[in-house]
Design a protein around this ligand. Structure first.
Ligand SMILES: [Zn+2]
Ligand SMILES: [Zn+2]
Length: 256
């Protein structure tokens, strides 16, 4: 079983109801942070997990609303390692992630580095890696910059797919096929769409084409709270639509 906890369901326009993008994905003993926007670090604590126990951090792209809390996360892990002994964090992201982290370390030297803290950075838009019972595959999405979504599967056959930030994407439909849960962005209301983002109608059409069981909408700008998001999904998708809130958890069983 995969447990998906929404830490931040908002965008760069975080408000009192929605924090910037961040999600905690747990499966068995494994815990993986997915995106790391402002407020995520505290949100991990609120979800009952100490940041230093995370097995990995996955970022979808390098826009500030998805990576702002990397700095405090790395600082805490490095300080914990210094105090309590060796620690390692695996960081995954699209091409450019290693350069970004290197620049961050240079800017904040020596505060992100210590002999006891190992940060391994892996970047790419394909392949598969395994963390505990979770198999994770990045895939490219349509966001106008290097950006990936992720497919998560567990040993029991559960499948969860995260779109990250994207516009309409054939690759997202292909990779989400048959998923139990698609966590997709819906940044703007129907008719007010902007390049490289989705509306509820578009997210629902992707969910329908991919035949997923449930659709959970995230990356909701404040203006989305004033509209009937489920109604905007239209009639194309027959499954359950979940409008995410910060702090909520969704459990995923076997894919249908
Ligand atoms: Zn974003
Ligand atoms: Zn973005």
């Amino acid at each position: 079983m995969i447990t998906w906890t929404v830490i931040g369901s908002g965008t760069h326009k975080a408000n009192t109801g929605r924090s910037s993008p961040g999600h905690l994905v747990r499966c068995g003993e494994a815990a993986v942070l997915v995106d790391c926007g402002s407020g995520t670090f505290r949100g991990v604590l609120c979800a009952g997990r100490a940041p230093e126990t995370l097995d990995a951090c996955l970022v979808t792209h390098l826009h500030p609303d998805h990576i702002a809390d990397l700095l405090p996360l790395l600082f805490r892990l490095r300080n914990e390692a210094k105090k309590t002994g060796p620690r390692e964090l695996r960081l995954f992201g699209p091409p450019g992630t290693a350069d970004y982290v290197e620049a961050l370390a240079r800017l904040h030297a020596p505060y992100l580095e210590h002999d006891a803290f190992t940060l391994s950075v892996e970047e790419g838009e394909g392949g598969e890696f395994v963390i505990g019972e979770l198999a994770i595959s990045p895939f490219p999405v349509a966001h106008g910059v290097a950006a990936v979504g992720y497919v998560f599967t567990d040993e029991g056959g559960a499948k969860v797919v995260y779109s990250g930030d994207t516009g309409l994407s054939a690759e997202l439909i292909r990779r989400a096929a048959g998923a139990d849960l698609l966590v997709a962005e819906a940044s703007f209301p129907n008719g007010a769409q902007k390049p490289f983002h989705l509306t509820p109608e578009w997210a629902a059409s992707i969910a329908a084409e991919a035949s997923v069981r449930r659709l959970a909408l995230v990356h909701l700008n404040p203006e989305m709270d004033g509209i009937d998001i489920v109604a905007q999904c239209g009639g194309s998708f027959k499954g359950e639509v979940i409008i995410c809130r910060d702090g909520m958890s969704i459990e995923s069983g076997r894919a249908t």
